[in-house]
Design a protein around this ligand. Structure first.
Ligand code: NI
Length: 245
């Protein structure tokens, strides 16, 4: 998967460099104004949808944050630890803008093929990086490729992690076409959906304003995964959507 190779390349290039001492590129040091104090949406009465961004945060994080801000939209990132460690300033910008950050493992392996110690290490090492960058320890875990096994679920439960999958997958890693990604999202979203996107692809970032405009016109509110579920999130449980009953 492209995301994985990018992550590995970045991780290798930055190996041995403490994240705190790295100099962020200029485009990523500009200040972002925080969102207004967070009001939890009521997804029992509102049409809610959770956009999620995996495998980054990508190089266009700042542009993506501006798009979301213009649409008054909140989203959730599932960063790969290797990428996050190389770009803590991206994590800080995401958190400062009021979005949610979860955990997509350190090196994007197929977790069911790893031993229990490796699974725990993949998750806790990434959580440490996110917490160091943002001050908030991520709780939500999205397993790479959505790959799970009963053993991995037990391990994630022991780590206190609700497992977050998705019900809408536009295959944006495969179709590098903003119009097609847009259509593949809006044709399948329903209230309570979780949408899988990868912000490491320019075509996906280009699709986001289209997705926001179409779904906003249909009355959707863009919320974080935690806001979508409220108190219904459970460690070790798989959450794919939160459709109204
Ligand atoms: Ni991934």
């Amino acid at each position: 998967m492209a995301g994985l190779s990018v992550a590995v390349a970045l991780g290798a290039r930055q190996a041995g460099t403490p994240a705190e001492t790295m100099t962020p590129v200029a485009a990523e040091t500009e200040r972002t104004r925080p969102l207004l104090p967070h009001t939890r949406p009521d997804c029992a009465v509102q049409k809610c949808v959770a956009l999620t961004f995996d495998d980054g945060p990508g190089p266009q994080t700042r542009a993506l944050l501006r798009m979301l801000r213009r649409a008054n939209a909140v989203a959730t990132w599932f960063p790969v630890g290797e990428v996050a460690a190389a770009h803590p300033e991206r994590l800080r910008a995401i958190a400062r803008a009021g979005h949610e950050i979860g955990n997509h493992s350190w090196s994007h392996p197929v977790l069911p093929r790893q031993g229990d110690l490796t699974v725990a290490g993949e998750i806790t090492r990434t959580a440490d990086v996110v917490e160091r960058a943002t001050g908030v320890r991520p709780r939500l875990v999205r397993p790479p490729y959505g790959a799970l096994s009963p053993r991995v679920r037990v391990a994630l439960k022991q780590l206190g992690a609700p497992i977050v999958l998705w019900d809408v997958d536009p295959l944006d890693w495969k179709y590098r076409d903003a119009d097609l990604v847009h259509r593949n999202v809006v044709d399948f979203v329903r209230p309570g959906s979780i949408v899988l996107l990868h912000d490491i692809h320019a075509s996906t970032v280009a699709a986001v304003p289209l997705i926001l405009a179409t779904l906003a016109a249909q009355g959707y509110t863009f919320v974080s995964v935690s806001d979508l579920f409220g108190t219904a999130l459970r460690a070790g449980r798989v959450h794919t959507d939160h459709a109204a009953a």
